[in-house]
Design a protein around this ligand. Structure first.
Ligand SMILES: [Zn+2]
Length: 125
């Protein structure tokens, strides 16, 4: 697996954090929020909003959170994804297409965006 854009996560990281972020620790959750705010600040047009986002007001950055944030967005998200898959293997369902083995967008998806295969039961309604 490789990344063409270093600011983007791989599919697995996006999937795990989007659908199983509830298993994050408090520090991980806070670090992800700070990293998202920083990303938004980079793209904000309004300097006021940019400054507020960059200061991440109201969030208490413990040494653990600071360590996670300092590692950078992609490495931190990847590390959290790996920890979640390690510590919550039984709780996390990786929904792979039965036809082409691509990772689906969501745990409940019954259609593959990669190959178009659909495995929805016609009796499901
Ligand atoms: Zn497929």
């Amino acid at each position: 697996m490789f990344e063409s854009d270093s600011s983007l996560d791989d599919e697995l990281t996006r999937y795990v954090l989007a659908h199983y972020g509830r298993y994050c620790t408090e520090s991980e959750d806070l670090a992800l929020r700070v990293l998202n705010m920083r990303l938004k600040a980079e793209h904000a047009q309004n300097p006021d909003i940019q400054r507020k986002l960059a200061e991440h007001r109201g969030l208490e950055l413990t040494p653990e959170v600071q360590r996670l944030v300092a590692a950078g967005r992609v490495p931190t998200r990847l590390a959290i994804q790996k920890r979640l898959l390690r510590d919550h293997a039984a709780d996390i369902f990786l929904n792979y297409c039965p036809k082409c083995s691509a990772l689906c967008r969501t745990p409940l998806a019954r259609m593959c965006v990669a190959c178009g295969h659909s495995w929805r039961d016609p009796n499901d309604g």
